[in-house]
Write a protein that binds this ligand. Structure first.
Ligand code: NDP
Length: 286
């Protein structure tokens, strides 16, 4: 079997082009330029890279961006009041606080302080609620949203398929499972207490892996023809690798995302999509 490599970079580029057209059109109609504010606390090199890539993506789609750098020793109170200021600034459509945060700051308090209408990461409990009931009112978290978009744009049907999600984090696994369910997949969620993980993975038509363990799954755990979406990003001596050993899946999987170049670029494209969605909401654009 020939395994198709799902080119997340190319699909993300297509989405950016669509969004850029939309931004241009709305601005030509007299609407203001959309704006995303990104708060970065401390100087973790990986977080700095992610923020840099998000700012670059803003430029590509015509969104104004602002980077707010805060020292790692910043108090929780000061961070919350900065978020409050951005909540109240009508020129700011989206607010993103880059995670992880220093240990003395409560991530939950930070997320619940962001105005849900500006929560372009889709982490606020109100957006999580919207995702769960499927009322279409909230913002879908970027990485799981990107997973669904990759499948759809690669013409991989979800309806009626056996979908297995490995990982149940609030950021990736759980929302990915909810989204697959919303697309009428039959969803099984696996985690560190799951028995017979290998057999469950082997039953998947669509396998989404998000655990954060380099090359944890291999071709042996894949069903012939399955679509494998590897969310993992692991820094190893050999560079960035996913949770799946891609090489060993070649010739077995029907389609697979590479790492890097698969889900990663989609996460940022979906952030841009959410920023535009927030902009539309705040400017009352249908
Ligand atoms: P978390 O550490 O929050 O969650 C990991 C999940 O994997 C947990 O639910 C855990 O189970 C499960 N798990 C861990 N070990 C096993 C195991 N041996 N068998 C089965 N399940 C296991 O990670 P995230 O969800 O935040 O991220 C997952 C990966 O995705 C990471 O590599 C991260 O870097 C990457 N990522 C990539 C993004 C992208 O843009 N491509 C964006 C976000 C994340 P339990 O709940 O039982 O502990």
């Amino acid at each position: 079997m020939e395994t198709k490599i799902i080119d997340g970079k190319q699909i993300a580029k297509e989405i950016r082009i669509e969004l850029k057209k939309e931004t241009k059109r709305l601005m030509a109609e007299g609407y203001p330029q959309p704006k995303l504010s990104v708060i970065l606390v401390g100087n973790d090199p990986a977080s700095e890279t992610y923020v840099r890539n998000k700012i670059k993506a803003c430029e590509k789609v015509g969104v104004e961006s602002e980077q707010i750098l805060m020292d790692a020793s910043v108090s929780e109170e000061a961070l919350l009041s900065e978020i409050q200021r951005l909540n109240e600034d009508p020129s700011v459509n989206g607010i993103l606080v880059q995670l992880p945060l220093p240990k003395h700051i409560s991530v939950d308090r930070v997320i619940e302080t962001i105005d849900p209408k500006k929560d372009v990461d889709g982490f606020h409990i109100q957006n999580v609620g919207s995702l769960t009931v499927g009322d279409g009112k909230g913002y879908v978290p970027c990485t799981p949203g990107g997973v669904i978009e990759l499948l759809k744009r690669s013409d991989i049907p979800i309806d009626g398929k056996q979908c297995v999600v490995v990982g149940r984090s609030n950021l990736v696994g759980k929302p990915a499972a909810i989204l697959l369910l919303r697309e009428n997949g039959t969803v099984t969620v696996c985690h560190s207490h799951t028995k017979n993980l290998k057999e469950i993975c082997q039953s998947a038509d669509i396998l989404v892996v998000a655990i954060g363990k380099a090359h944890f799954l291999s071709g042996e755990e894949i069903k012939e023809g399955a679509a494998v979406i590897d969310v993992g990003i692991n820094r190893t001596e050999a560079g960035l690798v996913g949770d799946v050993d891609t090489e060993s899946c070649m010739g077995i999987a029907g389609a697979i995302t590479p790492v890097p170049g698969g889900v990663g670029p989609m996460t940022i494209a979906m952030l841009m999509k959410n920023t535009l969605a927030a902009y539309r909401v705040q400017n009352h654009i249908q």
